[in-house]
Design a protein around this ligand. Structure first.
Ligand code: RB5
Length: 154
């Protein structure tokens, strides 16, 4: 599968881990991240990844910054992108299975390389659940995205 990657300067320590894992699993990397230590603004990188996923240039995306929070917020501004900040393996599995997240955010200053690798491995290996309750809830999010103001009043 094609996986888009974006990281800022703070995300550098996990960048190598993510690239190594993607390569070892045989995934194709679409690289939007910086490999420089010079401070850069995470919204540029996260937005590139999110647009690549939205436009079908990548199947899934990975965004990395210091906390993962800024990248997560940014990626979720792009319609059709469901980014989940995951600091543990359980959240990564649920983010894919229940929420059909198509981008994962990781924080270099929050988790270490070993855990990050496990989290990403599970995220990549888990398919969205086809159970009607989960599909239905995802459709509700889709309605919100489409501007359905009635949703919260039902
Ligand atoms: C950069 O210092 C840091 O603010 C950024 O990587 C990220 O953590 C923002 O959410």
């Amino acid at each position: 599968m094609r996986v888009a990657l974006g990281n800022d300067h703070a995300g550098l320590p996990l960048r190598a881990v993510v690239i190594g894992l993607l390569e070892s699993l045989g995934h194709e990397l679409v690289d939007f991240g910086t490999d420089q230590g010079r401070p850069v603004d995470y919204p540029y990188f996260a937005a590139r990844v999110a647009r690549a996923v939205r436009d079908g240039e990548a199947n899934l995306g990975v965004v990395i910054c210091g906390t993962g929070i800024g990248s997560n917020i940014t990626a979720n501004k792009i319609c059709g992108v469901y980014c989940a900040l995951c600091n543990d393996v359980y959240s990564a599995r649920m983010a894919r299975s229940h929420n059909a997240a198509n981008v994962i955010a990781l924080g270099t200053r929050v988790i270490g390389p070993g855990l990050a690798e496990e989290i990403l491995q599970v995220f990549l290996a888990t398919e969205p659940s086809a159970e009607p309750r989960h599909v239905g809830r995802r459709e509700l999010i889709g309605r919100l995205e489409a501007g359905d103001e009635e949703l919260s009043r039902e």
